[in-house]
Design a protein around this ligand. Structure first.
Ligand code: IPE
Ligand code: IPE
Ligand code: MG
Length: 241
């Protein structure tokens, strides 16, 4: 592999979020079942994690399964859940050793029980790691997340613990699944679709968006580096001049 061009440290994103799209199309092109695409996509996850470790990017969030993805055919949903289970089985120990801290965001109650247990175990066992925070968005929907935050805040107002006029942007952030996580700096979507698909609506307010036609299973270390270097060349203004 050719050496990747250097990016100044201060220009690196602190948090990358990926909408991992295109597994189905990758499989279709090869006349394979869709689940073969999902399996190939798991290797891309490993590459992205390694890249973040090497380049000292402390946060990586991956959109692995949306609330809306539950509407896919039962066999595909099952295949995805098995893949998640296998991924956790295969990588839990390695995550522990390599300094990766695992987090999950989404309605985890909907996951199969044994997968949820495994997930909770890995989250617990890696909780003192600090090298890389790997956030898996599972059964995740941003609107549902915001509704759930609104409910929690409303309950606090109803009990008198909080006044309505005391609610700030910070209050809302603190009631999201992503409380205590930094907002993404760079949002990458593979396979060309120019949409957000209910991902981190609140958190990506000022994220830089990068869309590539490359399908997720084909997304290489060089492709990721290209996205990061494109990000590094941008002028983030946050509404200023
Ligand atoms: C992304 O790939 C993986 C999930 C949504 C779980 P897709 O399965 O959406 O692949 P395409 O979009 O059909 O190619
Ligand atoms: C978004 O991809 C969800 C994940 C990557 C997990 P989808 O393939 O589900 O999104 P749409 O249907 O193209 O909007
Ligand atoms: Mg898709």
């Amino acid at each position: 592999m050719a050496t990747l061009p250097e990016i100044p440290k201060e220009k690196m994103p602190r948090h990358i979020a990926c909408i991992m799209d295109g597994n189905g199309r990758w499989a279709k092109k090869r006349l394979l079942p869709r689940k073969a695409g999902h399996r190939a996509g798991a290797d891309t996850v490993e590459r992205c994690v390694d890249y973040c470790m090497t380049h000292e990017i402390p946060w990586l969030t991956l959109y692995a399964f949306s609330s809306e993805n539950w509407s896919r055919p039962k066999a595909e949903v099952e295949a995805l859940m098995i893949l998640l289970h296998d991924f956790l089985k295969k990588h839990s120990q390695k995550m522990k050793e390599k300094g990766i801290r695992l987090h999950a965001i989404g309605d985890l109650r909907r996951l199969p029980e044994k997968t949820r247990h495994l997930l909770e175990e890995s989250i617990q066992e890696t909780s003192s790691n600090t090298q890389l925070n790997l956030v898996l968005a599972l059964s995740y929907g941003s609107r549902a997340e915001i509704v759930s935050a609104a409910q929690k805040i409303a309950t606090r107002v109803a009990t008198g613990e909080l006044k309505a006029e005391e609610i700030t942007e910070q209050t809302l952030s603190e009631h999201l699944y992503t409380a205590n996580m930094p907002d993404p700096d760079l949002l990458i979507r593979t396979s060309g679709e120019m949409r957000i698909s209910n991902f981190l609506l609140w958190q990506i307010s000022y994220a830089e968006i990068y869309v590539t036609d490359v399908l997720w299973p084909d997304f290489s270390t060089e492709n990721l580096h290209e996205a990061v270097s494109n990000y590094a060349s941008r002028n983030r203004r946050f509404g200023g001049v």
